[in-house]
Every structure is written in structure tokens, then in C-alpha cells.
Write a protein that binds this ligand. Sequence first.
Ligand code: AHR
Length: 519
Amino acid sequence: MFKIKTNDLKYLAVFCIVSLFGNAQDKSTTITFNQDEKAPVISKHIYGHFAEHLGRCIYDGFFVGDTSKIANTNGVRNDIVKALKDLKIPNLRWPGGCFADTYHWKDGIGPQKDRPTIVNQWWGGVTEDNSFGTHDFLNLCELLETEPYVSGNVGSGTVQELADWVQYTNFDGVSPMSDLRKQNGRKEPWKVKYWGIGNEAWGCGGNMTAEYYANEYRKYATFIADWTNSGGLMRIASGANSDDYHWTETLMKNIPNHMLGGVALHHYSVIDWNNKGDAVSFTEDMYFKTMSEALEMEELVTKHAAIMDKYDPEKKVDLVVDEWGGWYAVEEGTNPGFLYQQNTMRDAVLAGVTLNIFNNHADRVRMANLAQCVNVLQAVILTDKAKMILTPTYHVMNMYKVHQDAKLIPLKFHSPKYELNGKSLPAVSVSASKDTSGLVHISMVNIDANKDNTIDLDLGALGVKNVTASIITSNKLQDYNAFDNPNHIVIQKLDNAKIKKGKLNITIPPFSVIMIEGK
Ligand code: AHR
């Protein structure tokens, strides 16, 4: 499905110009910062998550049921709620994914005993008993203090079904759907803002052409809001698969901007769809390939954004990367349809570089969702019965949460290279922001599997006098947090960050993620 690109790609960022062709002889690299009043704010929604009815994400993940011995609130694990609240997750996408286009929401409301079962055809062919439904999800979002992002069923549903769902969740007057909601125990509407109009319409969402989907989108978008969209819904079109630029062009050309809140994009970092490789036992060559795929995000968002600029020069429509992350072979002995994988330092580095790319493109990328939240793909949380661990990716998201709603600081530098077998990638990735209290945060990643990289940060233009720093690293790239060693990889203090004459000289160890806080 995805092609590995040559390593000679030019990564063109709008605000951050990072050259791949830095001089390999350079002992150190200097980063200069350029505070710009016109720079965009990094939307907190870039730090969003995704929970699909897939494998052990919802059932035996978030949801253990209210009769479980595991501490829970209305069936949802309290330890997961706490961990995600600590992460300040801004939004949670549900119920899919591919599952969304098979889901009929009315199956998941009302008394449990009356709910029909269905077969989860995409994910393991297991029986879905619909015990976790609309009320459970939206109440969970309230508990998490996060915005729900609901994916509607376009592939096998109807316009009426989706319009009814919106009325059920959002209408506060008298109507058949709001009356039904009240009958099911919820008086106040939840006021869901974010609505996905289908998912992967080019694939599991109906195998549609871009032209056909654009028309479907217009029809759906018409009936889930009034003419003026007075309900303030954000309608998000099912977007392109990686470098399918024709998809974005067709949607932007054929859907009026005022009907479009966002256009999605999906990109997974996969070595080879037919041979994805183990999540833990991987070679440096495999790591290099994963990194090439992750760094391809720079080119993808640049090119999709350039197409959007043609039709929406005022940048009103958001680019929503609502599925991203690393995808490997499932852990041995687990259901292949459940997509359960461990999470190593490779994933921490992958998350760090991807979030830096999103931050640097904050003028257009205003929402993103890591796939997925619990027990599926590049999860931030893994569970095993009563045990729960926070993965290295969790710690990166936790470290980076300071960028949420902070103003981007544009920067320039020449990255040193990470070279392997005659190929090279930019080794260092950086983004920076200033929050409303004036604190400056600079997140840096060194993807090189073997070499330190020494960086000079010219902080003169930022007026920063004092810094503190933290790091996520480990002895081996393949290291991870295990259920019997849950805190092997955590955020640690980094003591070697000192400013001399307005410059901070910092050495980033191989495969590590650093956050510098300055004031
Ligand atoms: O995240 C797993 C699956 O990947 C999603 O269901 C689908 O949208 C994508 O292909």
C-alpha cells in the first residue's frame, strides 16, 4: 500500500526549513529561532487519540464492565482514565476505523439485554455485543474531559441514520431522537462537535472513487447540519491514503469550503505490508525503514497542504491526520485480527519526530489521532488483566503536551545525517513553541541508532536565561516497558543543559527524545 521513498526527498516545511544535506563533517549543528507574531498556534487537537472496537482496545481494554474486580467507573477502568487525564488528551476518535462503517449506533443504546449482537467483520470476526455504545463513549469523554470525535457510518449506513445520531447526541429541544436519549437516561445533550463522514472511503469504508465519495460527502454533510451549520459541527471528510494526492485534490475541488471542516489523511509507518516485522526483535535495517516511513510524513503534509492551499488559500479547512503510527506484526500467540504489539524506543522516536512535523505544520495540521490508544498498534497504554503499563510512546506524548495550544516558534538548522548502508536520513528533528505563560519548549529527537549528535541552540532571539531539560532514552533501541518491569523507560531529568553566552550546547544520545524548557 505504501512506497518507501528515496532518501533524497526534500522535506519542505512552511515555517521550519530543515535541510537534509547538512555537512556530515560538522561536529555540531546550530539551531536559530525566529519568534514571529504571525506564527500559528499549535492546536491541542494534534495530540488526539483513537479508540476503535478492535481487539482489546474497548473490550478488555478501556471497558471491563461494572461487575469487574478492576476499579472502574461505569465499567471503564479508573487507572486508564487517570493516565489519559494526566496526558491531557484533547480528543478521542471512536468507534473506528474500519469498524465505523459497519456500526449501527442504535444497536448500542437502551437496555443491555435488548442490544443485538453483530460480527466484527474487519477485526478477528469476533462477536460484538454492543455493550459499549454511544452513552458509554460520550460519558467516558466527559470523565476524561476530552472532546469526542465520532466517525459516522457512510459505507453501510444511511444519511438518515447519521442525521439521527447527530440529533440524538446534540439536540436539546423536543424531537424523536432527543426524546429517545432522555428515555435512555440522558437529559442534557452531549453537544458533539467533531464528526467524521465515513472512514477510509477508498478502502474498508466502501471502496469508493474520490469523485463518488465527494458527492456522497456533500449529501451527508447537507443533512447532518443546517444551511448555516448553526450547530457549529466540524465535518471531517474521509481522507487520502498516504500519498494519494488525487484524493485530496478531488475533495477540495468538489466540496465547497463552507461544508468542509477538515480533510483527513492516514499514514502508517510500515516496513512492508506483507512482512511487517516484529515489534521488538528488529534489526537496525528495519529500524531505518520505519524511520524513513515516519519521516515521509513531512512530505505528505507539505504536499497535501499545498493542494489545500490552492482551493482554500485562507486555510479555513483543517488537515486532520486522524490515523498515524507504527504498525508491526502482532505479538506471537495473539489473534492476528487484534493488532496487539509491544512498544519500544523505536516507537518513542517515531512519535517524537511525527509530533515535531505536525507542530511545524500547525498552520494547516490542526488535528491528529495516534492509532490507537489502548492495546492496539502504537498504543500509549497496554493492559494485562488488572495490570496496566504506560508505553514509551505514552511518555513522549506526556513530554510533548506542553506544546498544546502554544505558539509555534519557527526555526532553522541543517540536520546532521543518520547513515546506514549507503542511505541517509536527517538525524535530528526539532520543534519549538512558547506557551501563554511565556515558557519556551524545544522538543528534539536524535533518530541515529549509534551516534550522539551535538546541537548548539542559539537562544538569543528568545530571551531565554534559564533552562531545564528532560530525556527519554534507554540502552537498547529494542527496550520496552514490560508488565514485570513497567518503569524501564520513563521521562528522566537531564542535567547537562547549561546556557553559555546565549547558546545552549546539548548532546543528544542515540535514539532519544529531549524536551528543553526555558524562561
Ligand atoms: O487502525 C487500524 C485500521 O487501520 C483502521 O480501522 C483503519 O481505518 C486503518 O486501515
